[in-house]
Ligand binder design. Structure first.
Ligand code: S3P
Length: 175
């Protein structure tokens, strides 16, 4: 089965996902990278040129594919849970882990990053608070596991996720 990470932009989905995949001996895919490969340009560029709905259409087909691919670890884009179809594909076909970060925590991590189109606004903190309020219920609805990211190291976070998956019988405990 696919193991999928959901959460706000900057919650650590790609970093944690890459490490998890290495530990489990599975391939890692980032849905945003798969989309960019298909577009042949950056998501930021595409957002500006074609608008958000066009991006979300492509995202929906990529999420459907990756949810069903199996035996991979996938980091999804922060907005992947916005469409009910994506929430369903993920929930029904994958084991979904929500990396739950507060808006303040995310802000600390992404404030110098100008590749996230939704955060290129005058008050990114305010935007993050809004995104959290809107999306936290959707992430929770989609996920089978919730991990609070807080301040632990990546290694600790990865251990926490792997332990949850082992306890739930999703993956076999390692010696
Ligand atoms: C988005 C998050 C981005 C990317 C796109 C839209 C969002 O992914 O999919 O810019 O709506 O939150 P990350 O969560 O990897 O930044």
């Amino acid at each position: 089965m696919t193991l999928a990470l959901v959460g706000l932009p900057g919650s650590g989905k790609s970093t944690v996902g890459r490490h998890m995949a290495r530990r489990l001996g599975l391939p890692f895919l980032d849905s945003d990278h798969v989309i960019e490969e298909r577009l042949g340009c950056s998501i930021r560029e595409y957002f500006e040129r074609e608008g958000e709905p066009a991006f979300r259409d492509l995202e929906e087909s990529v999420i459907a594919e990756l949810s069903q691919a199996g035996n991979i670890v996938v980091a999804t884009g922060g907005g992947a849970v916005l469409r009910p179809a994506n929430r369903q594909s993920l929930r029904n076909n994958a084991h979904v882990i929500y990396l739950k970060s507060s808006p303040e925590e995310v802000f600390r991590r992404v404030r110098h990053d100008n590749n996230r189109p939704l955060l290129q606004v005058k008050d990114p903190m305010e935007r993050l608070r809004g995104l959290f309020e809107e999306r936290d219920p959707l992430y929770r609805e989609t996920a089978h596991f919730v991990i609070e990211t807080g301040r632990p190291s990546v290694a600790t976070l990865v251990n926490m996720v792997i332990m949850q998956l082992e306890l739930a019988g999703v993956i076999a405990p390692r010696p």
